[in-house]
Design a protein around this ligand. Structure first.
Ligand SMILES: *Cc1c(COP(=O)(O)O)cnc(C)c1O
Length: 425
């Protein structure tokens, strides 16, 4: 049965049998018992499916991953300890020293650092591109050793909309997959596989958990990318893995090759697994994801409408606003709404912005987004405070940009709080 997204949030991935627990149980166990030495041996050869050690796989995690997989319409999925681990694994699973990949430049700061600094030390080169460039211009950045293209469906913190069809064409015309981070849009508002993305990642820390309680990540594979058709580019998937007696993932596991390799090889060696306890919290968040995301979007729409007409506000960016330059593109990919995050600038100096932020009572200053509590952050004073105004602009972050994440409170209360704080500027 192909259920609606609301039903999938609550029901998919886990079907309890007669007398089984109704809720996904927490398998709080590091190890699993087997009757014979031979059975255990077959697991280590990837000849049988099963659990042996929670550093690689745990049943709770797999049930929750299956739910996220169903929400995205994918073929296979896995949980990771964080969104950072998800993006690292997603790229490192197909890139090695000497390889190159292309990423949109306007992405989450943590991912920017991971790709531009840390992965560079591993011999993997990333070229950051302006995602608004036309297709022909983007093609100029592809090299013979390019192995994937990466972007965020809705960027953090600038809420730009990625033109998925353009990026999918860029990737596929050059024989590589498109990986997108779908954290802000969530599968409730956007399912990137429907527009040509091959692999989706999430920081489940954000809307999926949604309560600011558990750090986590996820990777979902559509199973659509034909690795064997581009064998020479992906030796890790298409040639024998010596650490598993020479098995070839793409041959043995077909549409599940990518996730199997990431689990069997990267989880085994790096161990960035989500704890089953956190996976349980994540699942509670998933059950109400559809209901919550709609409320987040409704609140953000009202707040954006309020701010755009306010005399003390210099500018507002929210792709749900009709006058937003990306409104039309947002409607194409996310006809039912975008996310609860918006950004704006307060007229005046950094001091004015600080006065405004300090005067807020309900809205809190936090290094977080996308949970039930309304919060804000001023990158120039917080996450990016080492940068000069010039460097900030280069990073695509205006010096006066305030990232505002609408929670699940009443929009009227959020607006009242903004109103009294802006009155003091
Ligand atoms: C927060 C975030 C990340 C990193 O996720 P963590 O769970 O904090 O490691 C990656 N991508 C986006 C879009 C994010 O918002």
């Amino acid at each position: 049965m192909n259920y609606e997204i609301e039903t999938k949030c609550v029901q998919s991935g886990y079907e309890p049998g007669n007398g089984d627990p109704r809720q996904i149980p927490i398998y709080q166990s590091t190890t699993f018992r087997y009757e014979s030495s031979d059975e255990m041996g077959r697991l280590f050869d990837l000849e049988a499916e099963g659990y042996f050690y929670t550093r690689l796989q745990n049943p709770t995690n797999d049930l929750v991953a299956a739910r996220i997989c169903a929400l995205e319409g994918g073929e296979a999925a896995m949980l990771t300890s964080s969104g950072q681990a998800a993006n690292f694994f997603a790229v490192f699973n197909i890139c090695e020293a000497g390889d190159h990949f292309i990423s949109a430049g306007s992405i989450y700061g943590g991912t920017f650092n991971l790709f531009g600094v840390t992965m560079k030390k591993m011999g993997i080169e990333c070229t950051f591109v302006d995602q608004t460039l036309p297709y022909e211009e983007l093609c100029k950045y592809v090299k013979p050793n390019t192995k994937c293209v990466f972007g965020e469906t809705l960027t953090n913190p600038t809420v730009n909309v990625l033109d998925l069809k353009k990026f999918a064409k860029l990737a596929h015309d050059h024989g590589v997959p498109l990986i997108v981070d779908n954290t802000f849009a969530t599968p409730i508002n956007l399912r990137p596989f429907e527009f040509g993305a091959d692999i989706v990642t999430h920081s489940t820390t954000k809307y999926m958990d949604g309560h600011g309680s558990a750090v986590g990540g996820a990777i979902v594979d559509s199973g659509k990318f034909d690795w064997m058709a581009h064998k020479e580019k992906f030796p890790g998937l298409c040639t024998p893995d010596e650490s598993y007696h020479g098995l070839i993932y793409a041959e043995r596991f077909g549409k599940k090759a990518y996730i199997t390799k990431a689990t069997a090889q990267l989880m085994r060696d790096f161990g960035c697994i989500q704890s089953p306890q956190n996976a349980y919290y994540l699942n509670l968040g998933l059950e109400s994801l559809a209901v919550r995301v709609r409320q987040h979007c409704k609140n953000a729409q009202k707040v954006a409408e309020y701010l755009k007409d306010h005399p003390k506000i210099a500018w507002v960016r929210y792709p749900g606003l009709k006058e937003d330059p990306e409104y039309a593109m947002a409607r194409t990919y996310m006809p039912e709404g975008t996310c609860g995050v918006l950004c704006f600038g307060v007229k005046g100096s950094r001091e004015d912005a600080n006065r405004f932020m300090d005067a807020l009572r309900l809205v809190t200053i936090e290094t977080h987004v996308a949970d039930s509590h309304t919060c804000l952050l001023h990158p120039a004073s917080h996450t990016h405070r080492q940068l000069t105004d010039e460097q900030l602009r280069e990073a695509g972050v205006a010096p006066d940009l305030i990232r505002f994440s609408c929670g699940l409170e009443s929009a009227e209360d959020i607006i009242k709080d903004l109103d009294q704080a802006l009155a003091l500027v």
